[in-house]
Design a protein around this ligand. Sequence first.
Ligand code: APR
Length: 321
Amino acid sequence: MSRKKIALIGGGQIGGVLAQLAALRQLGDVVLFDIVQDMPVGKTLDIAEASRIDGFDSHLKGTSDYKDIENADIIIVTAGLPRKPGMSRDDLLTTNAAIIKSVAENVKQYAPNAICIIISNPLDAMVTLFKKVTGFPANRVMGQSGVLDSSRFSSFIAWELGVSVKDVNAMVLGGHGDTMVPLVRYANVNGIPAMEMIEKKYNDATKAKEVMTKIVDRTKQAGGEVVKLLKTGSAFYSPATAAIQMAEAILNDEKRLLPVCALLNGEYGCNGYYVGVPAILGANGVEGIFEVTLNNEEKALMDNSVKAVTNLVADMERLGL
Ligand code: APR
């Protein structure tokens, strides 16, 4: 039986970490593609030269030739530019949409059976475009956003409570932007509601609410917090780790229930748009979507987030993309 093939389109900051993590976890052989010549060859060589130390046998290949992604099982797309000073959201949308369009055309040609995970921003629009251009079925095209946003939310809860993050389960739904919806009511520490634990910590329900509001706000702005501190570029370790968890769930047919940017077909009152929702990930990609029961307040937040996604997609269509 041959090894699985993981093709990474975009060999920048996130692409490099993806390649290293895929090798370390021995998910399969790795192809790192970038339009910049030589750089992906150098990066994969650098990672591969640590294989004796790390003890992995995965083959790594850097390339600028799409032919090398032929018959990949999984494709992870990070091609695209981060926003630069003076660039409007529309500018970023236009630039990255052109890149995603060409990536999608090549993936369709060279890896027509691949399951694809998109990371490039603006995420919800880029996944929509990738699906439109490839025409792949919805189960094989998804975006990474919720796994990372939920990890950030869980980390902040763990740090507040002084408990291991391994015991925290907290999920973020909705679009990958300011309107994302951290589900406070469902957040728990090994089954104990996180809010109950924060209330006990302070013995004050009002103070607990304030603390949780700060955690929710920090979660929504976590990407921006990192951008500000890095000075150049955006988060790359955590987005790569999140996408690798999704790829691992698919390659090992784990049936994980993870927050995934998936195409909705009536769920959450939305049809035909990509939104972050709990989904089962297995060998066939997105194998099911779970509709969480939301109260009125949560439903309003989710509706607002879906509206932001539909506006983003409308902007993209208005630009003729
Ligand atoms: N095909 C393939 N790769 C491309 C193309 C293209 N048409 N156009 C640009 N690239 C490559 C760049 O050469 C660069 O190496 O995409 C890579 C992007 O890497 P970085 O600029 O380091 O960006 P990164 O931090 O990896 O983020 C990538 O993910 O989270 C999002 O907002 C982020 O959209 C950005 C993307």
